[in-house]
Design a protein. Sequence first.
Length: 114
Amino acid sequence: MKHNDELIGLAVVTCDIPEVLKEYNIKDSNMMLIDSIMIKQEYRGHHLQRQILKLLEKRARELNLDGLVTTVHPDNIYSKNNFVNSGYDIGHLALLHGGDRLVFVKKIVEKSNL
Ligand SMILES: CC(C)(COP(=O)(O)OP(=O)(O)OC[C@H]1O[C@@H](n2cnc3c(N)ncnc32)[C@H](O)[C@@H]1OP(=O)(O)O)[C@@H](O)C(=O)NCCC(=O)NCCS
């Protein structure tokens, strides 16, 4: 994400990572894994993380994925709120990367299935 040619936010994502999803105890395999989202300090507080989440969801739909998954440190209230407010389910606490992480999942439900 850029503002006047300055990089102010970024997301690192991967797809097609069944072994990672298994580690997260997630049964679906066709998911986008959001590894990290960062907003430059002086630009925080403008809901840019939520904007990035919208873009990622759009991309996941274009790729016909079943949903998106991420993990958040339990103390990261800003990120937790943004995932919950963007429609993610708080799945479960998992021991990952050497510590506790909350696993957040958002399934993509196609209109035809509603
Ligand atoms: C988490 C993060 C991406 C959120 O950025 P953002 O989209 O700009 O945050 P929001 O617009 O949702 O901010 C909501 C509120 O929290 C505050 N806030 C957000 N991040 C903050 C931080 N790291 N420290 C202090 N306050 C913060 C904002 O000022 C705002 O306060 P307000 O409601 O009183 O105005 C950003 O804090 C960040 O890059 N953190 C470091 C990396 C990180 O934790 N990434 C997520 C890993 S899953």
